[in-house]
Design a protein around this ligand. Structure first.
Ligand SMILES: [Mg+2]
Length: 219
């Protein structure tokens, strides 16, 4: 077993719960549409969600709030929506403690498929824990975290995949893709339904796995 040098985290669903994004996409944008186009919130929401589906999450525009403002003919600065929801960013209870313990021993990085503008608001006071913050859409123009995304990250931080541990709540993008490359990836399932060697239920369990790979558990 090799020595782990770098610990990588997904963000939404891993460090921060997804309520912030959900509010922006499913409440705030429809509400703005209702106000500016003079329709009911329900009608606006139906319309906006149908538009999202039409574009689909495989296309980069799906992640681009500016694009949606243009497409839905909304006026105003979309960044204000993010600022107004700053208070809705909820950090999972064990996350800060895990980051505090791990940061002295490993290089911590954040690898997310959220756009930079969201990341900045969502991370708030946690950004200082990370030596690097990578956004697949903003930094590499990629829609999802592919094996190539992880390969680029390893190259940038100068680490071999075997020296990296990663955790995230998406089976394909946080587990299968990095595993393909040889990264010690763990699938975070907070519901506790999934089972398997590489499944963890919270970040404390992930922390223990990293120490086991590393062969040097903390006393
Ligand atoms: Mg996630």
């Amino acid at each position: 077993m090799g020595r782990v040098e770098v610990v990588s985290f997904d963000m939404e669903g891993t460090i921060i719960d997804p309520s912030f994004s959900n509010l922006i996409w499913e409440t705030d944008i429809p509400r703005l549409y209702a106000e500016q186009h003079g329709v009911s919130f329900e009608a606006a929401r139906d319309h906006v969600l149908a538009e999202y589906r039409q574009v689909g999450d495989e296309r980069p525009e799906w992640y681009d709030v500016g694009y949606w403002f243009r497409r839905l003919e909304l006026s105003g600065d979309w960044r204000e929506l993010l600022e107004r929801r700053r208070g809705a960013c909820k950090v999972y209870p064990e996350a800060r403690g895990v980051l505090e313990r791990l940061r002295g021993r490993y290089l911590l990085v954040l690898t997310s498929n959220t756009i930079k503008e969201f990341l900045e608001v969502q991370l708030g006071g946690l950004s200082g824990f990370f030596a690097h913050i990578f956004s697949a859409p903003s930094d590499f123009g990629e829609v999802k975290k592919s094996p190539e995304f992880y390969r680029r990250i390893c190259r940038i931080i100068g680490a071999a995949p075997e020296e990296v541990a990663h955790v995230g709540d998406h089976l394909k993008f946080d587990y299968e893709a990095p595993r393909q490359l040889g990264i010690h990836a763990y699938y975070l399932d907070r519901s506790g339904e999934a089972e398997g060697r590489h499944v963890v239920r919270d970040l404390v369990e992930f922390e223990r796995r990293v120490e086991l790979i590393d062969g040097s558990p903390q006393p």
